[in-house]
Design a protein around this ligand. Structure first.
Ligand SMILES: C[S@@+](CC[C@H](N)C(=O)[O-])C[C@H]1O[C@@H](n2cnc3c(N)ncnc32)[C@H](O)[C@@H]1O
Length: 280
């Protein structure tokens, strides 16, 4: 386990993932019934943007740094504002920290909601516990994310969101992800699942999307954002999200937000893809 999100926190892919996460949680909050937020690969919860890892890549400056400074169209700003209000103050503070997905969720969960956070790396888990361990709504668990996915779905509330955001360190990650997602969806067909994936090789991602579609999961929305062609200086220029059972308005919101992200974060050939993958 070598992956450290500290190098990438706040980059273009985090901004897309976390804006969409925020929108989904806001939609879940529209009904008073409690919901549960589950994360299979939760990370540290907070990242030091002055640390040597963040400084080594500077990715956050080209991601959240640029997004915070952007002059966004009014309707995009209104949709992104809850995210910017949660992460902006700490990025702009002297201590310069970026809030990860568990902290963003903690800001949006209500007293009746709960969250379950799986994180296997001891150091990241310690940070997560220090940051959110006091929160009575949160439980941090040191188990493999896919074991957690199988164990914690469906939640007792029968409403909620699972974020699957693995490190993609091993070649079998996409196949574990596909089978884990399919098994979880079979157990909880109304749950919302948000899956992050990198796009480095279009044919590998094409087979992943085809296998998700063949697995018969209904209602999958694909959102992809490219800010640059991948290259030796820039290993990740494009990333995607799959949203299983997206809230009703999410596609329309993504059609406003993603093009604005592409425009503001572009470093080369930027583009957006939004569709509903179907089996061939
Ligand atoms: C991409 S980061 C998570 C970032 C976080 N979701 C966010 O958006 O702020 C992936 C995390 O998964 C952890 N991890 C790696 N292998 C794992 C496994 N098998 N089970 C659970 N966590 C794992 C890594 O330590 C890392 O913190």
């Amino acid at each position: 386990m070598n992956y450290r999100h500290d190098y990438h926190a706040g980059n273009f892919a985090d901004v897309m993932k976390h804006v969409v996460l925020t929108r989904i949680l806001l939609h879940l909050r529209t009904k008073p019934a409690p919901f549960r937020y589950v994360e299979t690969h939760a990370g540290s919860g907070i990242y030091d943007l002055c640390g040597k890892e963040a400084e080594a890549t500077g990715e956050w400056r080209r991601g959240i740094g640029r997004f915070l400074a952007a002059g966004l169209p009014a309707e995009v700003r209104a949709l992104a504002l809850p995210y910017l209000d949660i992460v902006g103050p700490s990025v702009l503070s002297a201590a310069r920290r970026y809030k990860g997905s568990p902290s963003i969720a903690a800001a949006l969960l209500r007293p009746q909601d709960k969250m379950l956070l799986c994180e296997l790396h001891p150091e990241a888990r310690r940070s997560l516990e220090a940051h959110l361990g006091h929160d009575p709504r949160a439980k941090v668990i040191g188990i493999d994310g896919y074991i957690g996915l199988n164990a914690f779905v469906p939640p007792v509330e029968r409403r909620g969101l699972v974020l699957i955001d693995p490190p993609f360190e091993t070649p079998d990650e996409l196949s574990r992800l596909t089978s884990g997602l399919e098994a979880a969806w079979r157990k909880w067909r109304t749950g919302v699942f948000l899956v992050w994936y990198p796009v480095k090789d279009a044919s590998v991602v094409g087979s992943f999307l085809a296998s998700v579609s063949r697995g018969k999961i209904e209602k999958v929305l694909r959102l992809e954002l490219q800010v640059a062609d991948p290259g030796p200086d820039r290993p990740l220029g494009r990333a995607g999200l799959l949203v299983v059972n997206p809230p009703f308005r999410l596609e329309a919101e993504a059609r406003l937000i993603l093009p604005a992200l592409a425009e503001c974060l572009a470093e080369g050939r930027a583009e957006v893809a939004i569709d509903w993958p179907r089996p061939e």
